[in-house]
Design a protein. Structure first.
Length: 416
């Protein structure tokens, strides 16, 4: 879906009419709110929630109850996010959106009563077939997010244009914007170390981003092939590589990972697995095994979810998949290890978890996004897009803060 000011937002522009399930949706929402340390404020002044009488608690303001609960009743997984995009609810005055969402994220598996959870199959929507990550579908899915514009991402990322979790120096106070570039370079160097990249290494990067990792690897003396499905990233990565005088050491291709051939001493892939899709995880990992030279090392960085949550949501279509990352699915570490064991000769030989660092990274991105909104709006993005991305960044931050989400750097080597 295009997200420019000219884009249609049919599900947002139309105010939903009364829904037969709206009363039940309201009851379920109020019940969930009672189990969470927040206060929910209705237009008539009524307060509910586990911290209803606690001044200063995170506040959830229901602006348009009829529309909000009709959206929840019509499509719970998507309606909550669409209601925020439409302005049907908001965070209270002086309340940070991630602060409000974190208590919900911490209890996500228990917000809905178990008897009602058993009815999940009746309301969950299946994944759209057009989002399947075939070679053609993957290119379309990637373009929907990463080809919005390089200028958009430049408005909130650090100067390296790195769009994945930073790794801030251990023991430092809460990361500030000044720490972001340092933290991203620290993360990149850690991934290159994990893959044992050195002078003379033949390196494959799956998922180029805007070229920062390939540049860093080439500066070590490696020769790099980096592949992407984003035309916007391709152009900017080549520009940055040329500007560093490294075009003779780095080749950037618009190419699917399934179409790469050759053998490489090191393979690095940062937050790419989430976009592969569950059906293609065996293909992805078998590809690493096929492309890795004898004695070689792969390093991947991936967001993860608890195994039971992946099993509960793996076949459903949610707000993030509709509006942010079509075709995406976050794995569990157990599923990564099972896939490796069943389809490759690789195993995880080292692991580093950085969930708290991702929470800080997302906070800094969201602050920059909001502070630079006038610049972003000038690029042609509208206020619905602003609310959509504000929710995406805050919801993700809440996930990492609460531990519902984590991110791991994994070293993969052959066992024999």
């Amino acid at each position: 879906m295009s997200c420019s000011s000219a884009a249609p937002w049919p599900a947002i522009a139309s105010v939903p009419g009364p829904h037969v399930g709206a009363r039940l949706a309201r009851w379920l929402f109020d019940q969930a709110a009672h189990s969470v340390p927040v206060r929910v404020r209705y237009p008539d002044g009524r307060l509910v929630g586990g911290a209803a009488e606690q001044y200063g608690a995170p506040e959830f303001v229901v602006v348009r109850p009829a529309a909000f609960f009709s959206r929840l009743a019509r499509d719970t997984k998507i309606g909550f996010g669409e209601a925020y995009m439409a302005g049907d609810w908001r965070a209270g005055d002086g309340c940070d959106l991630a602060d409000l969402l974190t208590p919900f994220a911490a209890r996500l598996g228990s917000l809905v009563p178990r008897p009602v959870q058993r009815l999940r199959a009746l309301v969950d929507r299946p994944l759209p077939t057009e989002h399947e990550n075939t070679v053609g579908g993957a290119r379309s899915n990637i373009a929907a997010h990463y080809d919005l514009s390089n200028e958009l991402f430049a408005a909130f990322l650090d100067p390296t244009m790195t769009y994945s979790s930073a790794w801030f120096p251990e023991g430092s106070p809460r990361a500030s914007l000044a720490d972001l570039e340092v933290g991203q370079l620290h993360k990149i160097d850690a991934m290159l170390d994990l893959a044992q990249v050195r002078a003379g290494s033949a390196v494959l990067e799956i998922g180029s981003g805007w070229g920062a990792l390939a540049i860093r690897a080439a500066q070590r003396g490696a020769r790099v092939l980096t592949v992407t499905l984003s035309e916007e990233q391709l152009a900017e990565a080549r520009r940055r590589i040329d500007a560093q005088g490294l075009a003779d050491r780095v080749e950037v291709r618009l190419q699917d990972y399934r179409e790469v051939s050759g053998r490489f001493d090191a393979i690095v892939s940062v937050e790419m697995l989430e976009a592969v899709g569950e059906a293609y995880w065996p293909t992805y990992f078998a590809g690493l095994d096929r492309l890795l030279a004898p004695g070689g090392t792969a390093a991947i960085q991936t967001i993860t979810m608890p195994h039971e949550r992946v099993l509960a949501t793996r076949h459903t279509f949610g707000w993030v998949q509709k509006y942010i990352f079509p075709g995406g699915l976050i794995p569990s570490l157990r599923l990564v290890e099972q896939t490796l064991a069943q389809h490759t000769g690789l195993q995880v030989t080292a692991r580093r978890d950085l969930g708290g660092h991702y929470a800080d990274t997302l906070r800094l991105w969201r602050n920059q996004f909001m502070e630079n909104w006038a610049e972003i709006q000038g690029q042609g993005f509208d206020h619905t897009f602003r609310r959509m991305w504000e929710l995406y960044l805050a919801y993700s931050e809440a996930g990492f803060r609460s531990g519902y989400l984590d991110v791991s750097q994994l070293q993969l080597r052959r066992t024999a």
